[in-house]
Design a protein around this ligand. Structure first.
Ligand code: GDD
Ligand code: MN
Length: 384
C-alpha cells in the first residue's frame, strides 16, 4: 500500500502531553507592563502585582524600548529570580501602543491585561477585573477613571485633565461605544477577542484602548470597574503634545476607515506651519534688501528645511534620521517637495482653467502636494 498523499503529519495521531500537565500550563493571566525609564518602579510593580493576584496563575511581561536607564537589564535580572517575569527588549522602536501589542502577541495566556509601570494604576484592581471578566463572560474589562466613585484627574496637571476630558468626549463620538473611559491605559482583554483585531491596530501613539474600541466597532462585550488614578511616584510621564497629535491622527485614520494614515495629520500641520515660516522669512529677507525672487527662493528653502526637521523630530520621532542620514534625507526632501510643488500648481491651474472656484482649486492643489510629499517621504526617507 502506498502512502496517502492527502494525509499530512497533522492528520496522524499525536502523542498527547495533556495528561502529564495541569489544565493550564500557560498562566491564566498575562500582565503586560510597557516601560520606558522605569527602573525605579519595577520591583515595586512586581511586589504589588504578586500581592494583588494571590493564587491566580499569572505572568508579567515588561516590554521595554531600550530605556537609557537600563530598565531592560533590571527586568531580566528580576526574571532570573522570578520565572513568572519576562522582558521583551525592543530596539530601534518607540511607542506605548506598539509595546502593548507586542506584549499581547508574546503570551499564550487566555486573559491579558495592560498596566503602567509607574504605580499610577492600582494593582489591587487586577483581582476585581479578573473576577468581573470571568463572572460576566465579558471580552474586555476597563479600569475606568470616570465612573461614579472613580477620580479622573488626581494624577494629572490642569491642562492634562482638560485634554483628557476633551479627548474622552471625542473618543466616545468616534468609537460610538458608551464606555466611561475610552482612554484608560489600564484594561483586561481575552486573547480570543484581541487577536482578530491586532492586524487593524496602529502601533503609533498612546491610545491602544481607543484603537481597540474603534477597530472592534461595538462588537466587544465590555465591563468597567472604577478606580482613582494616583500621582506618579518615580520618574516622569512620557506624555507630550505629540501624543495629542498622534491621537487626533488616529481618530482621523479610524474615521476614514484606515484610508488616511495616522501620521498624515501631524505631517500636514507641520506643512501648514511651514507657510508661516516661509512668509516670515520672506518678510525678513526682502526687508534686508534681497530682491523678491531671491528672497522667495531662500524662504522656500528655509521653510522646507524647517519642515524636514520638525517632521524628523515629531511625526517620525520613532524613525528619526541622524547624522549623515539626516543630511541626505534633507536633500531628498527638497527634491520631493519641489515635485510636490509642481503637481500642486499644475493640478490647481488645471481646475481653475476648468472654472472651478479659485479657493477650491487652490485647496485641492495643496492637498495633492501634501499627499505627494507625505507619501514619498514616508516611502523613501522615513520608511520602516
Ligand atoms: N515600551 C514603551 N515605549 N513604554 C512606554 C513608552 C514607549 O515609547 N512610553 C511610555 N511608556 C510606558 C511608561 O514607562 C509607563 O509605564 C506607561 O507606558 C505609561 O506612560 P506614562 O508616561 O506614565 O503615561 P501617562 O501616565 O502620562 O498616561 C498613562 O495613563 C493614561 C490614563 O490612564 C497612559 O497609560 C495613557 O495611555 C493613559 O491614557
Ligand atoms: Mn503615568
Amino acid at each position: 500500500m502506498t502512502a496517502d498523499p492527502t494525509k499530512t503529519t497533522a492528520d496522524m495521531p499525536r502523542v498527547s502531553h495533556a495528561a502529564t500537565l495541569p489544565a493550564f500550563a500557560a498562566p491564566e493571566l498575562a500582565l503586560i507592563v510597557p516601560t520606558f525609564n522605569e527602573r525605579g518602579n519595577l520591583r515595586e510593580v512586581l511586589r504589588q502585582v504578586a500581592a494583588a493576584l494571590g493564587d491566580v496563575s499569572w505572568e508579567l511581561i515588561f516590554v521595554d524600548d531600550s530605556s537609557p536607564d537600563g530598565t531592560a537589564a533590571l527586568a531580566q535580572e528580576i526574571g532570573r529570580e522570578d520565572p513568572r517575569v519576562r522582558c521583551i527588549h525592543r530596539i530601534g522602536r518607540r511607542g506605548l501602543s506598539g509595546a502593548c501589542i507586542e506584549g499581547f502577541l508574546a503570551t499564550s495566556a487566555p486573559i491579558m491585561a495592560v498596566m503602567d509601570a509607574d504605580l499610577q494604576h492600582d494593582a489591587t484592581l487586577l483581582g476585581r477585573m479578573l473576577e468581573k471578566l470571568r463572572a460576566t463572560n465579558a471580552d474586555l474589562v476597563i479600569a475606568s477613571r470616570y465612573s461614579d466613585g472613580g477620580s479622573a484627574t488626581a494624577g494629572f496637571s490642569k491642562f492634562r485633565g482638560f485634554a483628557s476630558r476633551l479627548s474622552t468626549a471625542i473618543a466616545r463620538l468616534a468609537t460610538g461605544v458608551a464606555v466611561t473611559d475610552p482612554m484608560s491605559g489600564y484594561f483586561m482583554i481575552r486573547r480570543a477577542a484581541f487577536v482578530p483585531l491586532a492586524p487593524g491596530l496602529a502601533s503609533e501613539g498612546f491610545k491602544i484602548l481607543f484603537d481597540i474600541l474603534a477597530t472592534a466597532r461595538g462588537k466587544l462585550k465590555i465591563e468597567e470597574v472604577t478606580y482613582s488614578f494616583s500621582a506618579r511616584q518615580e520618574g516622569a510621564s512620557k506624555f507630550d503634545t505629540q501624543n495629542i497629535l498622534d491621537f487626533l491622527g488616529l481618530i482621523l485614520s479610524k474615521m476614514s476607515g484606515g484610508v488616511v494614515p495616522v501620521r498624515f495629520l501631524s505631517f500636514a500641520l507641520i506643512g501648514s506651519a511651514g507657510i508661516v515660516v516661509h512668509l516670515a522669512a520672506l518678510g525678513v529677507l526682502t526687508a534686508s534688501g534681497f530682491t523678491f525672487g531671491k528672497a522667495q527662493a531662500a524662504a522656500a528653502l528655509i521653510a522646507m528645511t524647517s519642515n524636514f526637521y520638525l517632521n524628523n523630530l515629531t511625526t517620525y520621532r520613532d524613525r528619526r534620521l541622524k547624522g549623515l542620514a539626516a543630511v541626505s534625507g534633507l536633500f531628498m526632501f527638497y527634491v520631493i517637495c519641489s515635485i510636490g510643488f509642481l503637481s500642486n500648481v499644475g493640478a490647481a491651474s488645471y481646475l481653475f482653467i476648468h472654472s472651478v472656484d479659485r479657493y477650491i482649486a487652490g485647496f485641492v492643489g495643496s492637498l495633492i502636494g501634501a499627499v505627494w510629499n507625505f507619501t514619498l517621504s514616508n516611502m523613501i526617507m522615513w520608511r520602516k
